[in-house]
Design a protein around this ligand. Sequence first.
Ligand SMILES: [Zn+2]
Length: 361
Amino acid sequence: MEGTRSSTGRDDLLRRIRDFTRSVVEDLGEGRFPLITIDRFRNYCTSPDFNCSCISDKPKGQEILTLQRKSHVYRIDVLLRVLLIVQQLLQENRHGSKRDIYYMHPSVFSAQSVVDRAINDICILLGCSRHNLNVVPVGKGLVMGWLRFMEAGRKVDCIKSPNADHPIPVLVEEVKDIVSVGQYILIVEKESVFHRLANDQFCKENRCIVITGKGYPDIPTRRFLRLLVEKLHLPVYCLVDCDPYGFDILTTYRFGSMQMAYDTKFLRVPEIHWLGMFPSDSEKYDIPQQCLRRLTAEDKRRTEAMLCRCYLSREVPNWRLELEKMLQRGVKFEIEALSGHSLSYLSNVYITSKIQGRAYM
Ligand SMILES: [Zn+2]
């Protein structure tokens, strides 16, 4: 089942918060320094050894926070403040965004990232997912195509106009009754490509569902995608630019991100096929020389670091080979480079020929 790491009902979480704060207060009352143990997770390592333990979703170590260490004092302060806000949200059964929480004590929370880390720590401490805390991100994903569902009692009917975009629901746990007559799900990295397809009436011509997370996908986009895959059992393809960012976004959809590694098993979508753009597509699809750009030093550094991720060699060695090719050739290009042929070449030729010819990996 999606969403539940252990028992994560509201009452359960409130009880766990009370137990946790009580033990901290008791320690302080009896003159002891409380020790806060936080499990550490990762979704990949860079060990060349095939037997690394990343494949299991178990913690890969622990961190112990104590008031005896100066650097931990601030972190504990933030953690307890955010915990108090979360407790309030749960008690009143309201939702708040990470940004709302930041603005409750902006002088203490020096940056949004400080709040984000505390939220992740709290999820690990309580053994739950972020949405269980009633903390919702501001959604940015879009969906269109042959899909209909209920969202919090409201009907969202994309089929009526399959080339119109709809925001991806933020409260994914309230999405029910998903119906589709689509044949596949297509994820596109960029919003511009999503709108290109909409303009070309792509979903009218092709029975499919198209999703974009507008760059690195947020949690609702990934959870919604995962829900669609679980309920509809449709093949999923992902189309990204041929550059290190595109590849990293592709791996975020399929394997999850390091930041959310504690929750990866509810966010990753292992069914994803990489549809393109592959480095070899520049020749296969005759991308003009002037559309190929040199990899920068930073691109090369990122690519080399990605090549070491253990999940690539273990689960998708052919993806890794393509990434290696990108580095060897030293060039990158965007999906839009196909527009050199014609504006709708992407919709009419590239995507359909790749899917029909099974030219994905
Ligand atoms: Zn590993």
